[in-house]
Design a protein. Structure first.
Lengths: 719, 151
């Protein structure tokens, strides 16, 4: 026990010094191959800031990973970054989800968050440094023990070796002494990239085995002693409140235990989900639907289109676009419309909470652990230190779990009961109570000179500012949501004159939120569609037109040329088949996508093939970059082809996968991804494939049919 | 009281007749490997085998299972085809979030047990009831082809 106490205080001291944690060790500890397929939680005491590496009492090596795993492969990638410098194999470590703690804040997002394709960008240096600091201390501890020069020692696979004598000590055997050493204050040397053993070499996913044998625990799988299961009906109109609930019939349903209410929702609790669900269906609920009860999809679009005229905030100017367009030889103009979109991850929203007078435990998959913890503290009145957030594997995030209102709701219900309560939303609740990717309308005007060269571009964006709610401090001082500048101001092109303004219109009747690339996805669709329209007006091939605009943009030009070559751009296609291209620079990565689509005379659309060339800088785990592009494209294609959330009488109409259609295997194209070797710092990748999909598809459909597609979804009534 | 044969073991369960097999597995028998995705037979996340056939556990009232043996993702330890399938899945890193994968794997095993060398069309046919929101379809198809090629 004394040992543990000392170790904890030592860790706190290190924490105060901003140092790295090298914790709790017993001299007899030996290094052993540990399982990497489960997420463990630290049972030894409070976490220290900047703590990513822990050598445990048994000599096992635990890496604490700052970002949550929701499919994007980040546990594997981040473990590789640390292990590369720590000199351990991926078969020697176990991994742990970061708790809610300041130490794991992603600076670019202003909180502890996984999103915006930022994880690898943010941790590329910091996690390697964390590994390098640990290794440096372990080597110094060994050198001190042997009384030799640290420079004569080497580390490999969890062992320090004194090269001249061949003596070795395991990291476990060194941990006590390493923990007593002062943490280097200056920068530590990082490996030369040419010597990387892991980074840049495809590694199998660490979460693979548990995810194929069914043992991976998602939030929805949490079991606690005496736990009961609840399911929820919230007021179907946003902003409405509960007036009255008649629960007599519900309480007669076998297995129903409780009926709980909060201001705008009812939760029926049962021994199992089925009892809860049957109970919920047996309720007679009266809502006060409030002011949004008349909102419809038409209301939403009307407001957006009306704002194409009238005042707007100037968001960006370069040169004099308006004069350039006035003097241009040809003028091209288009209005694009994009719908509200749901996230619809495969794992419906759920959250398990146990509130006692002393503490609150929350088991949930969240992209924002600190916000989730703070919400639980606020609802329960407990101090933050008494809220224990246990982050779980997420069955698909896509930005949905950057929200935490479902945690607030679950805690509001759970604080009314003594037992642990697992709240599971039905798919219908999940889709109709989602927080949605906003609808947008964009108006673009471009001027071409006599040679068909773009001389000026004027652009108005109309839509909500997601950032104003999610991170108000990040709204630009002039009132512009800077996420909307992604892909629209910083394009892969040299454009001599640009003007961009923004008319903010918040959507009535829903809460709008992040998605798989809001700015990037909506922006690339608009810009790349318009570039194709400009090319058509100039009577120039779409790839050739883009090549002309990327003469001094070598990275953009390289992906464009590679994708065009691999997709056999320019070769003849059968009747009814078209090819479209999209070029983008978003999330710090360059992508060129060529899509091939077959249009039947009946109007059915079949995506035959997608070829993607990627330059995302240095690649950590190449096969996972490919996976993200493949999956991101499929996600984007579902949205582009089929998806639109509609409102009627303030209620969302799409309630399950029969009406919110998702691309299936028989509809999904062949996808080829080609990575460009690069020594630039890493860019983000998780959202890039999604950003590419709609533009490449719309351009391919236009090539196949000779008409433009300016409204999403492309097979919807609007198109 | 119903008697259910799950993964080779007989279980006595006291549940409503109309309770879908899915919730009996997850909430009564403590077998959370089978997932809830939609509850209406649209997504395949809940796919299990009943008498060797892939069925949607969310839409099968437990009283209709009868004596037929039920196999879930947790019950594949002795199964040779399952071993080949999971190996193929791991070799090409099919999974992303993983939530749909127990259902995908159960569907793939049922397909391969009935037809060891499915054509691409047959793969699409058998697997198109299983949604993967992460978009792992290309790899699922490739993994199934690899199993077919290996046996
Ligand atoms: S949960 Fe059964 S098919 Fe979706
Ligand atoms: S792997 Fe995420 S839904 Fe299929």
């Amino acid at each position: 026990m004394a040992m543990t106490t000392i170790a904890v205080s030592r860790r706190q001291a290190l924490a105060g010094a901003g140092g790295l944690l090298m914790a709790v060790v017993l001299p007899r500890a030996r290094s052993r191959a540990a399982t990497v397929t489960r997420i463990v939680e630290d049972q030894t005491g409070p976490f220290a800031p900047n703590a990513f590496v822990r050598i445990a009492p048994d000599g096992s090596i635990t890496l604490i990973l700052p970002n949550v795993e929701m499919g994007q492969g980040i546990y594997t990638g981040e473990a590789m970054l640390i292990a590369e410098e720590l000199d351990v194999g991926l078969d020697q470590i176990q991994i742990e989800a970061a708790p809610a703690d300041e130490a794991y804040v992603t600076k670019a997002l202003g909180t502890e968050a996984t999103g915006g394709s930022t994880s690898t960008i943010a941790t590329w240096k910091s996690l390697r440094e964390a590994g390098a600091v640990a290794r440096t201390l372990l080597i110094r501890a060994a050198a001190d023990r042997w009384v030799v020069d640290p420079a004569s020692c080497q580390s490999e696979a969890g062992v320090v070796r004194h090269v001249p004598t061949g003596r070795t000590l395991t990291y476990g055997e060194l941990a006590v002494e390493a923990a007593a050493l002062p943490v280097p204050s200056g920068p530590v040397a990082l490996r030369d990239p040419s010597t990387f053993r892991l980074i840049g070499h495809a590694q199998h996913r660490l979460d693979g085995p548990a995810k194929v044998n069914g043992t991976a625990t998602f939030g929805i799988d949490i079991q606690q002693p005496d736990m009961k299961i609840g399911t929820v009906a919230a007021c179907p109109v946003m902003g409405g409140v509960l007036l009255h609930v008649d629960d007599r019939a519900a309480r007669q349903v076998p297995g129903v235990r409780d009926v709980l209410t909060i201001g705008n929702a009812v939760c029926v609790v049962g021994d199992h989900y089925w009892a809860a669900r049957k109970g919920l269906e047996a309720l007679a609920i009266t809502w006060d639907e409030g002011v949004n009860a008349t909102v419809s999809t038409e209301t939403v679009y009307r407001q957006l289109h009306e704002a194409l005229q009238g005042p707007a905030i100037v968001a960006n100017t370069k040169g004099d676009a308006k004069t350039a367009i006035k003097g241009a030889a040809a003028r091209v103009e288009a209005v694009y419309q994009q719908p509200l979109l749901a996230h619809a991850p495969m794992e419906p929203i759920n959250c398990t909470v146990h509130v006692t007078p002393e503490r609150c435990d929350v088991w949930v998959g969240t992209q924002v652990p600190m916000r989730a913890r703070d919400a639980a503290a606020e609802v329960t009145g407990l101090p933050k230190e008494k809220v224990f957030l246990h982050n779980q594997y997420i069955g698909g995030g896509f930005g949905r779990r950057l929200e935490h209102e479902y945690v607030t709701q679950a805690v509001q219900f759970a604080r009314q009961v003594p037992y642990p309560l697992k709240v599971i939303w039905s798919r219908e609740e999940d889709l109709t109570m989602d927080r949605y990717r906003p609808a947008y309308v964009d108006h673009l005007v471009g001027g071409l000179d006599a040679h068909g060269k773009l001389v000026g571009l004027s652009h108005r964006i109309v839509g909500p500012a997601v950032v104003a709610r999610w991170a108000p401090e990040a709204l630009l001082p002039n009132g512009v949501d800077d996420d909307l500048l992604v892909a629209t101001v910083e394009t892969p092109y040299a454009i001599p004159a640009m003007f961009l303004d923004y008319a903010r219109r918040e959507t009535p009747g829903v809460v709008t939120a992040w998605w798989r690339g809001v700015g990037g996805t909506r922006g690339v669709f608009v810009i790349e569609s318009f570039i194709d329209e400009l090319a058509a007006s100039a009577k120039v091939d779409p790839v050739a037109f883009r090549r002309r605009m990327t003469e001094d943009r070598p990275r953009a030009r390289a992906v464009l040329d590679l994708a065009a070559e691999k997709a056999e751009w320019g070769t003849t296609l059968p009747e009814g088949v078209g090819r479209g291209v999209a070029l983008q620079y978003v999330f710090g990565s360059y992508l060129a996508t060529v899509m091939e689509v077959e249009m039947s005379t009946m109007g059915t659309v079949r995506v035959r093939r997608a070829v993607v060339a990627v330059d995302c800088g240095r690649v950590v785990n190449p096969d996972q970059v490919v996976s993200q592009i493949e999956g991101g494209l499929i996600f984007g294609l579902s949205a582009a082809l089929f998806n639109e959330v509609t409102l009627k009488n303030g209620r969302v109409q799409e309630k399950n996968f029969n009406t919110y259609r998702v691309l299936r295997m028989n509809e999904s194209p062949a996808i080829e991804v080609h990575l460009i070797d690069s020594t630039e710092d890493p860019g983000g990748i998780g959202e890039t494939g999604t950003a590419a999909a709609a533009a490449a598809l719309a351009n391919a459909m236009a090539a196949a049919t000779g008409r433009r597609y300016r409204r999403l979804p492309l097979t919807g009534p609007q198109a | 009281m119903l008697t259910l044969q799950v993964n080779g073991t007989a279980h006595q369960v006291d549940v409503p007749d109309d309770m879908p097999l899915l919730w009996v597995l997850r909430d009564v028998l403590g077998l959370p490997g089978t997932k809830f995705g939609c509850g209406i037979g649209q997504c395949g996340a809940c796919t299990v085998h009943v008498d060797g056939k892939a069925v949607r556990a969310c839409s099968l009232p437990v009283s209709l299972v009868g004596r037929r043996p039920v196999t879930t993702i947790e019950g594949l330890a002795e199964d040779e085809v399952a071993a080949e399938v999971t190996k193929a899945w791991l070799e090409i890193d099919v999974v992303q979030c993983g939530y749909c994968q127990p259902g995908q794997i159960m569907a793939a095993i049922a397909l391969l047990k009935g037809n060891l060398h499915p054509s691409d069309d047959e793969i699409d046919q058998a697997m198109s009831g299983n949604i993967c929101r992460c978009g792992t379809y290309r790899r699922i198809r490739a993994a199934i082809r690899n199993v077919a090629g290996a046996v």
